[in-house]
Design a binder for this molecule. Structure first.
Ligand code: NAD
Ligand code: UGA
Length: 467
């Protein structure tokens, strides 16, 4: 029998758990929502005026609900016990060890969440897999829960992948294209799907809540991210043809986007996609294909990643060539370090690899980004895979949050890596005056007025066009 959901616990107070649960609390004042995390620091930040994530509109919603029906806490066990529904929103990074190294998702955190649930729960629960996981993870979670549970306790595991994009998370959550729920195709599974659906029905039209079996739901999430990333690699591959042939990628994107079957979104040529998920989820898909012995399919998706790396390398090669084949001791100003605008998130940002190439060439880098923290930037550049000595990084890379003059003074080149709107508003005439000559601008995001920059005197290069 269906019963009203009164209490939700979300394990993981990150980019997904925090915003998703804030919206549930905001739209469902009759539900108590507890977001739990092992990190005391992260929980303290959620409970402070400086919430740990920069996401337009999020802070206002958190402040409306916090202390009423939205709570951030490290009391994991207590909140699990009280909950009717438990969301698992923990991180699922790519494995950096053992079997599936560099490909398979690391399910350590999902497993630890599942083990805690089975140890603590004294009443039956609906468990919702919100993290992006491999196909059949729900089955593994069910088995984990079954082998450890207390007597008379039952678990129904659902897949309910999250499709929000950072920077637009609030709008994506308030007006989702769809909500996808996968569950067992039996009485109990259908009942659990109905229970979770009833939560979303508080603000999402029923026709947009689609249901399927768990495997299809899990695979749909990987497929959606793979196809979005593939679109960017497709457009970036065409951008290489444009630069070599004299065609203009903006005109080409516009022309193909008018075809309603193709659509005009996600056709923006760039320095390559970043973010914590596209690469990870494609690797997850490739790993699945390899395990299923689908070599050609694995190779097909691998190419999306190959083109993404190629795009970054191509961009840097062009910069080095324009700067007379050496960056040694030259100051380069990076406009943006976040993986996209309207977020402070730097995970897998294209800027990281671009900095690595610049540092290998001996450049001095000043980064201008309104939301990225210095420690975060240094942490990214200290990743052992980049093989950059940390002392050298600290000596050669600086961050200026908003001081444009300081960031551009004496610089040989400005390199646009993130499409922040504020970069369009700068006084480029004034900037030109304080730069080394010839003064170069490399627009990796196609956001600047190239004609105007050329008339000021800049040497301008942009992705996907000959200027
Ligand atoms: P995140 O790293 O920001 O947050 C995960 C949180 O889980 C961390 O704060 C961590 O401390 C906590 N955690 C880990 N194990 C725990 C445990 N056993 N108990 C309690 N807390 C625990 O990650 P994220 O960006 O929110 O991503 C979470 C999942 O959602 C991933 O699978 C990701 O692929 C998926 N996803 C992310 C986005 C996005 O925009 N970031 C969008 C859709 C889906
Ligand atoms: C992406 C998906 O859009 C979400 O639906 C999904 O939920 C999420 O991944 C996830 O699973 O984590 P996100 O990575 O936050 O969201 O941001 P996107 O807007 O998809 O941008 C990803 C990267 O692609 C960024 O670096 C962006 O600048 C780049 N991009 C995007 C382009 O280079 N060109 C485009 O046309 C669009």
């Amino acid at each position: 029998l269906s019963k009203p959901i009164k209490n939700i616990c979300c394990i993981g107070a990150g980019y997904v758990g925090g915003p998703t649960c804030s919206i549930i609390a905001y739209k469902c004042p009759h539900i108590q929502v507890n977001v739990v995390d092992l990190s005391q620091e992260r929980i303290n930040a959620w409970n402070s005026p400086n919430i740990p994530i920069y996401e337009p509109g999020l802070n206002e919603i958190v402040q409306k609900c916090i202390g009423k029906n939205l709570h951030f806490t490290t009391k994991v066990e207590e909140c699990i016990e009280k909950a009717d529904i438990i969301f698992i929103s923990v991180n699922t990074p790519t494995k950096t060890y053992g079997v599936g190294l560099g490909r398979a998702p690391d399910l350590t955190y999902v497993e630890s969440a599942a083990r805690t649930i089975s140890k603590v729960a004294k009443t039956s629960k609906i468990i919702v897999e919100k993290s992006t996981v491999p196909v059949k993870a729900a089955e593994s979670i069910t088995n984990m829960l079954k082998s450890n549970h207390q007597p008379n306790v039952e678990f129904q595991v659902l897949s309910n992948p999250e499709f929000l994009a950072e920077g637009t998370a609030i709008n994506d959550l308030l007006k989702p294209d769809r909500i996808l729920i996968g569950g067992d195709n039996n009485e109990k599974g259908k009942w659990a799907i109905g229970q979770l659906s009833s939560v979303y029905e508080n603000w999402v039209e029923k026709s947009l809540i689609i249901t399927t079996n768990t495997w299809s739901s899990e695979l749909s999430k990987l497929a959606a991210n793979a196809m979005l990333a593939q679109r960017i690699s497709s457009v970036n591959s065409i951008s290489a043809i444009c630069e070599a042939s004299g065609a203009d990628i903006e005109h080409v994107s516009r022309a193909i986007g008018f075809d309603t079957r193709i659509g005009n979104k996600f056709l923006q040529a760039s320095v390559g996609f970043g973010g914590s998920c596209f690469q990870k989820d494609i690797n997850n898909l490739i790993y699945l294909c390899e395990n299923l012995n689908l070599k050609e399919v694995a190779e097909y998706w691998h190419q999306v990643l190959v083109i993404n790396d190629y795009q970054k390398k191509r961009f840097v090669d062009k910069i080095v060539k324009c700067l007379f084949n050496t960056l040694n001791n030259k100051k380069i100003t990076l406009l943006g370090f976040a993986f996209k605008k309207n977020t402070g998130d730097t995970r897998e940002s294209a800027a990281i690899q671009i900095c690595k190439y610049f540092l290998d060439e001996g450049a001095l880098i000043t980064v201008l980004d309104p939301k990225v923290e210095y420690e975060q930037m240094i942490l990214e550049l200290s990743n052992p895979q980049l093989n950059l000595p940390i002392e050298m990084v600290k000596r050669k890379v600086q961050l200026c949050s908003t001081d444009v003059i300081e960031a551009c003074k004496g610089s040989h080149a400005l390199v646009v890596c993130t499409e922040w709107d504020i970069f369009k508003t700068y006084d480029y005439k004034g900037i030109y005056e304080i730069m080394q000559k010839p003064a170069h601008i490399f627009d990796g995001r196609l956001i600047l007025d190239h004609e105007q920059l050329i008339s000021i005197g800049f040497h301008v290069e942009a992705v996907g066009k000959k200027l």
